[in-house]
Design a protein around this ligand. Structure first.
Ligand SMILES: Nc1ncnc2c1ncn2[C@@H]1O[C@H](COP(=O)(O)OP(=O)(O)OP(=O)(O)O)[C@@H](O)[C@H]1O
Ligand code: SF4
Ligand SMILES: [Mg+2]
Length: 376
């Protein structure tokens, strides 16, 4: 393959395609519908953000990709996870172990949980390299020092012999990033990578993560509650609610034209300098219990846009007409997809409700919530 055609493949192709992923937890008497038909594409070298409230299924989705769901309670009930021409769901545990760390790596939320307290930093970085590559100890340590330097750890050669507890939280997270990038993976998953750090260090660590992934052409799947972080770090955003993808679009498009009432609510709840002293506008209500998932749209009880059909039918994830008319693709990284019967119109985002004369949200019918979507 020529260098030119290789570059085309590398920029135009999805490195990761999740299709209709469903994950269930069997907790004895009831089944928890944690992830309910999630699909998204992440382009090679791209940056995709997964956002959504606590419990919306972001971490479970990432654990499914890494095949690290807790056994035996969790199971992948349906779907495909395409990575480098393979469906990860079908790989053996052994193949998955070879791939993890080398082709897909993880930066966990809590850097302490990812580091071994009784091994030195140098041993841990070198061990990652030696687990996948046939290199001598001296060479592995030389590369470890180089990596620690790349993540901004001063005098890296002197730090190799120190233990995790001798580093600050921010420095430990830098070590985790060094380990995650040691083998130049095609995909890095970062699940709330900086929530354990204080705000100034958060910004530095995220900036570093951004810079290193761009330099190395590593695609990043970033999970965060923080839309400000998403705006800086991602090119696409996938919004999850109750285990469903409700909206997915390029980051600029999500901020300019949010179409799902939940996305609009998330954007309205970002504090802005101009609003200092004003109360924030959180989204009223709470997400549904995932062991009794209603048949209709799970956001209906909190939605000012709800129609009668919303209480009965979950809308499919489909391209937004206006985006198609403006030249966006039907699917893939540039697409604007939406699962909603009554999208937010321009101008309604700020208002937090439909501005159509006489519109009233359809009230909850008595049978809603009594029906479980499925038991499988
Ligand atoms: N070990 C488990 N056992 C049973 N249910 C679980 C388990 N882990 C997750 N779940 C269920 O899956 C749902 C999704 O959890 P997940 O951890 O993916 O949420 P999240 O979007 O990452 O939230 P957060 O922002 O709080 O990290 C939870 O609401 C919970 O019902
Ligand atoms: S308008 Fe209907 S489908 Fe759209 S979010 Fe509201 S309840 Fe769900
Ligand atoms: Mg989580």
């Amino acid at each position: 393959m020529s260098a030119h055609s290789h570059a085309q493949v590398a920029t135009g192709d999805a490195v990761l395609s999740v299709r209709d992923l469903a994950v269930r937890f069997d907790s004895g008497r009831n089944v928890i519908h944690a992830v309910n038909g999630v699909s998204f594409d992440l382009e090679a070298g791209g940056a995709l953000g997964l956002v959504g409230e606590s419990g919306s299924g972001k971490s479970v989705t990432s654990l499914a990709i890494l095949r690290l769901l807790p056994r035996p309670t969790a199971r992948i009930a349906a779907g495909e996870i395409w990575f480098g021409g393979r469906d990860l769901i079908r790989l053996s545990d052994r193949e998955m172990r070879r791939l993890r760390g080398k082709e897909i790596s993880l930066v966990p939320q809590d850097p302490m949980s990812g580091l071994n307290p009784v091994l030195t930093i140098g041993e841990q970085v070198a061990e990652t390299i030696q687990a996948h590559e046939d290199v001598r100890r001296g060479e592995a340590r030389r590369r470890a020092a180089e990596l620690l330097g790349a993540v901004g750890i001063p005098r890296p050669g002197d730090q190799l012999g120190r233990y995790p507890h001798q580093f600050s939280g921010g420095m430990r997270q830098r070590v985790m990033i060094a380990i995650a990038l040691a083998l130049r993976p095609a995909l890095l998953i970062a699940d709330e990578p900086t929530t354990a750090l204080d705000v100034t260090v958060q910004a530095q660590v995220l900036e570093l993560l951004h810079q290193l992934t761009v330099e190395r052409g590593t695609a990043i799947l970033l999970i965060s509650h923080d839309l400000g972080i998403m705006a800086r770090m991602t090119r696409q955003i996938t919004v999850m609610y109750a285990g469903h993808v409700v909206e997915s679009a390029p980051t600029v498009e999500i901020f300019a034209r949010p179409s799902h009432p939940y996305t609009a609510g998330l954007l309205r709840s970002i504090p802005r300098i101009a609003d200092v002293g004003q109360p924030l506008t959180p989204i009223a209500g709470s997400p549904p219990e995932l062991d009794r998932l209603p048949r209709g749209c799970p956001f209906a009880p909190r939605c000012a846009w709800a129609l009668e059909v919303c209480w009965r039918e979950m809308p499919p994830l489909a391209p937004v007409e206006a985006a198609l008319a403006a030249g966006a693709p039907q699917s893939g990284p540039g697409a604007h997809l939406l699962a909603c019967h009554n999208p937010v119109a321009p101008g309604e985002v700020e208002a937090g409700k439909p501005l159509r004369p006489g519109f009233r949200p359809a009230p909850q019918p008595p049978e809603y919530g009594l029906v479980t979507e499925e038991t499988a």
